[in-house]
Design a protein around this ligand. Structure first.
Ligand code: OAD
Length: 237
């Protein structure tokens, strides 16, 4: 057992599953119904922008019907009360961590509620329908907005800050991610290399499960609140 000061938490689609947001992989996953190459690459957007916009418009509209669950709430409580360093890195493009109240939060794969203007490069909050070709709130040019989502082949956001936090943490926790997509899937190895304890909380073992010191298998909404309470009362992993 080791006293913990600095924490990095990585979350994936599994943490939002109990809120009713579809995960990517698995029988009912988004990538079962859609080919990644059709909706999640820059090439797809050039080829068929309308299809891509509609795919993300649907996901964005769905956000208005879902709520943060007990796992999002527990991580927000940890953020409010943890005196040491903490960075919550989410691969999720939903806003459930934000709505639960997490502040030390970074969306490495972008956000559904953000628009990126290809004409002026500005990013702005957006909760409407992009397929309707609205004007950019900054440069007012119509039809130039794309979802502010990191597609396959694009660089995830704020990697330098993430690498820095990983190299400085005592505890790395991965929640609700299949470990299928890099660079996020490699964070556990970076954290371990720098001496961190590592914990995975997931419904079933991720692809890199063997890299973790400890794995807890089950639903995030059931396991994360207990883990947070354990950490807050004992300061131990
Ligand atoms: P995946 O759909 O690949 O994996 C979700 C993981 O969550 C699986 O391992 C499930 O077993 C687990 N899971 C499901 N329900 C759960 C629950 N209630 N509690 C805990 N775990 C649960 O989603 P990600 O790993 O997030 O990238 O996918 C990574 C990236 O691949 C995404 O950010 C997205 C996708 O392509 C981009 O779009 C750039």
């Amino acid at each position: 057992m080791k006293a913990i000061q600095n924490i990095v938490i990585l979350t994936g689609a599994g943490i939002s599953a109990e809120s009713g947001v579809a995960t990517f992989r698995g029988p009912d996953g988004l990538w079962e119904g859609h080919r990644v190459e059709d909706v999640a690459t820059p090439e797809a957007f050039v080829r068929d922008p309308d299809l891509v916009q509609k795919f993300y418009d649907e996901r964005r509209a769905k956000l208005k019907t879902v709520q943060p669950n007990a796992a999002h709430q527990a991580l927000a409580k940890l953020d409010r009360t943890w005196a040491g360093e903490l960075l919550l890195v989410t691969q999720n493009v939903d806003d459930l961590h934000d709505r639960a109240g997490s502040k030390r939060l970074l969306h490495m794969h972008g956000e559904l509620n953000s628009a990126w203007c290809l004409a002026c490069d500005a990013r702005s909050p957006f909760d409407g329908v992009m397929a309707a070709a609205p004007a950019c709130p900054h440069c007012h040019q119509p039809g130039c907005l794309r979802p502010d989502i990191v597609w396959f082949g694009e660089m995830p956001y704020q990697m330098e800050r993430i690498e820095q936090a990983l190299s400085n943490c005592d505890l790395f926790v991965s929640i609700g991610t299949s470990g299928a997509v890099y660079p996020a899937a490699g964070f556990v190895q970076t954290a371990r290399y720098h001496g961190a304890q590592t914990l995975e909380i997931n419904l079933d073992p991720s692809e890199g499960s063997f890299h973790f010191h400890e794995s807890r298998m089950g639903k995030a909404g059931e396991l994360v609140p207990g883990w947070v309470e354990q950490l807050l009362s004992h300061g131990l992993c």
